[in-house]
Design a binder for this molecule. Structure first.
Ligand code: SAM
Length: 387
């Protein structure tokens, strides 16, 4: 570990999880070397939205009346942003949207990204002159509608993994949520094509909302076992497009199906006649992992639960986001964006852009305030940020 990194680590509580909504991170020194925020958190994970368009109108995400609200950039400009961030320590890139599979040029973009190499060792020390880093971890989050056709070309271009968003395994409930007829069959074909192409194990992300799809918990467990996918339940967050009048799709604490409730349900569910009920916890894959992982007594199937509302994990946050129109967001719940593309368009050099990025990352928020009296809705909604 570099001396400056050791100093930062000794001054900041980066290794202690932020389990309590009242925990506070203390700002530390200005970062050097690998990109770090003012709390000492290393920024290694980029979520990049490549379009603001989406072909689904999921009830908890969009009003159904609005289309794209932000522009998209030439692929070459996104690639420049990624290169700069990789040179500063980013190791994982997740392409998202809107719906990223709607973006033309996506397969070629993945091919370009697969040529990039990390600039630091996993412990954060810079590579020595002549040393080569390892390929990036390249992932994509999609609604899966166009995945059956694109899974194989994306794999060939160098994509490692896909996460498919699916909020029901009952076809009728599915299309009631997406507001697109026969969408379930298409997405299921996409999941299977991704598995066949070697983009697995596919992760399937499900946002549970009371009264919409909370009947699906056990059916998803069954689905994980049958399709050999990792099903991850994500707590609903206040990130929906606003409606003029609050309705059933508006976030409120009672609408959230919490980790505890999911665990209670799955712990009494019996997977088969020969398998007794009861979840078995699996170890985390990495310290920064956001999901708690479980399997069943026979080891078949995997369930992850991501609980940003009931058990925030901001203390381990290693993420930065770039929106389709080229703005940096330091947190899903930020009150403002940082116009990176504006700097590039005005002719910013790589040095100017990287010092701007360091400045912006120093403003990364300690944590979100969901469910607290002082919570303010973020300046963009999930679909316009990139989840
Ligand atoms: N179109 C792609 C997809 O469907 O995965 C990428 C964009 S979508 C906005 C990314 C993820 O955000 C989806 O899994 C979606 O379910 C999730 N999401 C949207 N609104 C959310 C909310 N209010 N709370 C939690 N997750 C949300």
């Amino acid at each position: 570990m570099l001396f400056a990194e050791a100093l930062i680590a000794s001054l900041t509580p980066i290794s202690s999880p932020l389990h309590s909504a009242t925990a506070v991170l203390e700002p530390a020194l200005a970062p050097v070397g690998r990109l770090r925020d003012s709390f000492g958190r290393a920024i290694t994970d980029l979520r990049l939205s490549v379009t603001d368009r989406c072909n689904y109108k999921c009830v908890y995400c969009r009003t159904g009346n609005e289309g794209a609200q932000y522009s998209e950039l030439p692929i070459a400009d996104y690639l420049r942003m990624v290169r700069m961030l990789v040179s500063m320590g980013v190791e994982k890139v997740r392409l998202t949207g809107g719906e990223p599979l709607l973006r033309s040029g996506l397969v070629d973009m993945v091919a370009e990204l697969s040529e990039l190499r990390t600039a630091f060792h996993p412990d954060g020390t810079p590579l020595a002159p002549g040393e080569t880093g390892h390929p990036l971890d390249l992932a994509l989050t999609t609604n899966g509608h166009l995945l059956a056709e694109l899974a194989a070309p994306l794999k060939k271009a160098g994509l490692d993994r896909v996460t498919v968003s699916m909020d029901a395994v009952d076809p009728e409930i599915f299309s009631r949520i997406t507001r697109v007829p026969r969408s379930y069959e298409r997405v299921l074909a996409g999941v299977r094509a991704a598995q066949a192409a070697g983009l697995g194990p596919v992760k399937v992300n499900c946002v549970l909302l009371r009264g919409f799809n909370d009947s699906q918990i056990e059916a998803f467990a069954e689905f994980s076992r049958r399709e050999a996918v990792i099903v991850r339940f994500i707590e609903f967050m206040p990130l929906e497009e606003p409606s003029a009048v609050p309705d059933a799709r508006t976030w409120k604490p009672e609408a959230v199906i919490t980790m505890d409730e999911i665990l209670r349900r799955l712990n009494v569910w019996r997977p088969s006649c020969s398998t007794p009920a009861g979840l078995v916890e699996l170890p985390a894959n990495a310290a920064s992992e956001t999901a708690k992982r479980f399997t069943f007594r026979d080891g078949v199937g995997e369930i992850g639960i991501i609980a940003p509302v009931s058990r925030p994990f901001c203390g381990q946050c290693s993420r930065v986001r770039i929106t389709s129109d080229g703005c940096v967001r330091t947190c899903l719940f930020s009150q403002s964006d940082h116009d990176l593309y504006g700097r590039m368009r005005r002719g910013g050099t790589d040095e100017e852009i990287s010092s701007y990025l360091r400045e912006v990352i120093m403003k990364k928020e300690a944590r979100h305030h969901i469910g607290e009296p002082d919570f303010e809705k973020p300046s963009r909604n999930m679909v316009h940020i990139g989840g």
